[in-house]
Design a protein around this ligand. Structure first.
Ligand SMILES: [Zn+2]
Length: 86
């Protein structure tokens, strides 16, 4: 387990979320969503909060919302679909 994953799991538990929130095959990282990600498309965003460059994972509907918003305000698209070789 990476240093990032260890810290993220500890923070999730402390904040009362599923331990694997935002992790691969865990739960969507958006606090208002928390959809299970196992067996579903994974979209990732760089974690700019911890400066580890780690990937935070989101479900497809949340990623679509982020992307719509990014396009609306003309900002760079933040979410990328995870591919098997990533
Ligand atoms: Zn979601």
């Amino acid at each position: 387990m990476s240093m990032f994953e260890r810290a993220k799991r500890a923070r999730n538990l402390k904040e009362g979320y599923p331990e694997d929130k935002g992790l691969r095959n865990g739960h969507c990282n958006r606090s208002g969503c928390l959809a299970p990600l196992t067996g579903r498309p994974h979209y990732w965003m760089r974690d700019h909060e911890t400066f580890t460059d780690a990937k935070l994972y989101y479900c497809e509907p949340c990623a679509d919302q982020f992307t719509r918003w990014d396009k609306h305000i003309g900002a760079p698209i933040r979410c990328t679909l995870e591919t098997d070789d990533a």
